[in-house]
Design a protein around this ligand. Structure first.
Ligand code: NAI
Ligand code: NA
Length: 395
């Protein structure tokens, strides 16, 4: 069959499996070009199949020669379609990592479940002994609690409702979006899903099972952003969840002390991913930011961010480089006052009529399409994909 992209709102309904392979290969090439570094050798990545988690895994396997276990929630081929981009990313990553001589194990299932914790513990024991780094990179709208109840996160603001331009990726248009003010229950539920509780459960279970090595590191990803985005992010429900995540890093850090280990939060820059495309209003900021950062030669994609995090700010010559609040600041370039001043000027001018000429919305759209295996220059999209060959691939 020939695969055409199906975009609905800001969600991709399908992927191009061969394009996903090209996108993974591009990230691997980028890491190889950046050169190797002396990083952790055994790594667990929770949320490994896309965005920051996938980029982390690629940076560590191909930059530091790490063996990895990746956990993700993805769909394989079925009567509903070819499956999700993350499904194929896992497979193409594993094939490339194995070819380079590294262990790469994909576990597919619900990372919030104790069943998955047990499966990971057994896999670590059998395959790696222990792990030296645990990466927490889950982004989810729902968490099934250990007792079976379902909690949903929402993307809302707090205080007063907030209205701004949002980006409709399906129609390449700017549309008015309003973030309603969340109720206290909605804030609490978002903290339950996207805060630090599950991260702590993971580290506890791994430590109790003796799966963490001496000097182990744990890192989770967060976002703060400039003041202009506070109503959307930092003062929104997700911001409350991230505050909780930051506080949890301190708790986990204490727990890891007996191993001489540490827990960190890395505050990353805003980037196009499946998760961020879904946040109201934020993609317009992101399109403008991308334009300004590219113009000044400081743009980074997911893979450049993660390569710099591990090679430069966690496992570089100075060890972990963090600010006074123990946050690793990968958003340093985004928050440069000169960059923010330029973004603010554009943001005050942007309208549905002129946005194509401001910032880099074409680049944002291309990044979004490439996350799903589309618009990669090296792929022949006129060629049919072999469904039965794809159906035989295993994670
Ligand atoms: P993403 O959507 O690309 O990746 C999410 C990952 O979580 C995928 O691998 C998915 O399979 C996995 N996942 C979701 N639910 C799961 C479940 N129940 N069980 C197992 N795996 C599950 O998102 P992205 O953007 O890479 O987000 C990762 C983290 O980075 C999040 O904490 C996010 O808040 C943070 N972050 C993202 C930024 C951005 O601009 N994209 C900026 C700063 C932080
Ligand atoms: Na991720």
């Amino acid at each position: 069959m020939i695969v055409h992209p199906q975009i609905q709102g800001c969600v991709a309904r399908n992927c191009h499996p061969i394009g996903c392979r090209a996108a993974v290969a591009q990230q691997i090439a980028s890491v190889r070009a950046a050169g190797s570094f002396n990083g952790p050798k055994r790594v667990l990545v929770l949320g490994a199949s896309s965005g920051f988690g996938l980029a982390s895994r690629i940076a560590l396997a191909f930059g530091a020669g790490a063996d990895t276990i990746g956990v993700s929630f993805e769909r394989g081929p079925s009567d509903k379609g070819l499956g999700s981009a993350g499904w194929y990313n896992n497979i193409w990553f594993r094939q490339a990592a194995e070819q380079a001589g590294h262990i790469a194990i994909n576990l597919i299932g619900d990372a919030f479940s104790d069943t998955m914790r047990q499966q990971v513990i057994e896999t670590i024991r059998q395959q790696l002994g222990q792990v030296d780094l645990v990466i927490y990179s889950l982004a989810s709208g729902i968490r099934v609690m250990p007792d079976g109840t379902q909690v949903r996160s929402v993307l809302k603001t707090t205080g007063q409702p907030f209205t701004g331009w949002g980006l409709d990726l399906e129609h390449d248009a700017l549309v008015q979006q309003t973030l309603a003010a969340a109720s206290p229950e909605e804030i609490r539920d978002t903290v339950t899903v996207m805060g630090g509780e599950d991260w702590q459960l993971w580290l506890q279970a791994l430590q109790q099972a003796d799966c963490l090595s001496k000097g182990v590191q744990a890192v989770a990803y967060s976002y703060i952003g400039p003041e202009s985005t506070y109503p959307i992010y930092r003062d929104g429900t997700i911001g409350y969840a991230k505050e909780h995540l930051h506080a949890t890093a301190e708790t986990i850090n204490l727990q890891l002390a007996e191993l001489g280990g540490h827990a960190w939060v890395s505050v990353c820059k805003a980037l196009v991913t499946k998760a961020s495309a879904y946040i109201p209003v934020l993609p317009v900021y992101l399109g403008l930011l991308m334009g300004v950062m590219k113009e000044r030669g400081v743009h980074e994609g997911c893979i450049e961010q993660m390569q710099r995090l591990f090679a430069g700010k966690m496992y570089g010559p100075q060890g972990v480089v963090a600010d006074g609040n123990r946050l690793i600041r990968m958003d340093d370039r985004e928050l440069d006052p000169a960059i923010q001043a330029a973004v603010s000027t554009l943001w005050s001018k942007v309208t549905p009529d002129n946005f194509h000429g401001l910032g880099d919305f074409a680049g944002l759209k291309r990044d979004f399409m490439q996350l799903n295996g589309f618009e990669l220059p090296e792929v022949d999209y006129g060629a049919p994909v072999n469904e039965s060959a794809l159906a035989e691939l295993v994670p």
